[in-house]
Write a protein that binds this ligand. Structure first.
Ligand SMILES: [Zn+2]
Ligand SMILES: [Zn+2]
Length: 221
């Protein structure tokens, strides 16, 4: 099942223009089985949209994006009170401090921290390794080969699962990148389990597939 694991809505993300009716209409029109909402340190929209999206036939996958001196991370968990404890701008969580019901993904690693302004450096890979469950290889805002290749290199170095998400801040960008999940997704817990077990594959944006295939061939050699 294909799920966009990285979407921002307004007002929980002040930088997004995707309002509730946009998201609900998109899910309804495209018959999306599931979609993640990953706002910047704010789960208010997750709380408000879960019911209306369920009525549209879409499972809302709960997440929150945090920006740290080591870059940006998304924490996914079915427990909204737990997610509410994270802030848009904060310290890097301690390795081992993430709850068992949560998964944490290093998003757009090579682009650095969106709100923290931190820059990517290769030494971060080992530093962040004990914390993360997966790496976002395809992000709809960072599709240049250098970003994708750097993320893929981290995946290969750490032998971790890879995900994809649009990082949409505009309705027409939703689903530009996504994650193929091997099982049906009926809940956030299903996504957490899929990420942790590696049952996830990043989906490149339209037109980037061949380029990506070539890229991944290079790494396989
Ligand atoms: Zn970010
Ligand atoms: Zn984001």
């Amino acid at each position: 099942m294909r799920v966009d694991l990285h979407v921002h809505t307004y007002p929980a993300s002040s930088c997004s223009t995707i309002v509730y009716r946009d998201l609900i209409a998109c899910c309804r029109e495209r018959r999306l089985g599931a979609i993640a909402l990953t706002n910047h340190g704010d789960v208010g929209d997750n709380r408000r949209l879960e019911g209306p999206l369920a009525e549209a036939g879409t499972v809302l996958v709960h997440g929150v994006e945090i920006s740290t001196p080591c870059g940006d991370f998304i924490v996914y968990s079915p427990d909204l009170d737990y997610l509410a404890g994270f802030k848009d701008l904060q310290a890097v969580p301690q390795a081992g401090s993430i709850a068992d019901h949560a998964a944490i993904v290093w998003v757009h690693p090579a682009a650095g921290g969106g709100r923290s302004g931190s820059a990517f450096r290769a030494s971060l890979t080992e530093q962040v390794a004990p914390l993360i469950d997966a790496v976002e290889v395809w992000n709809g805002n960072w599709t240049d080969t250098r970003y994708v290749a750097a993320a893929q290199r981290i995946v290969e170095t750490l032998n971790l699962p890879a995900t994809g998400g649009s990082d949409a801040h505009r309705a027409d960008r939703i689903g530009r990148c996504a994650t193929e999940i091997e099982a049906e997704v009926g809940s956030t817990a299903d996504v957490v389990a899929a990420i942790k077990s590696g049952a996830v594959t990043p989906v490149a944006p339209p037109g980037a597939g061949r380029r990506a295939g070539h890229l991944f061939d290079l790494f396989r050699r």
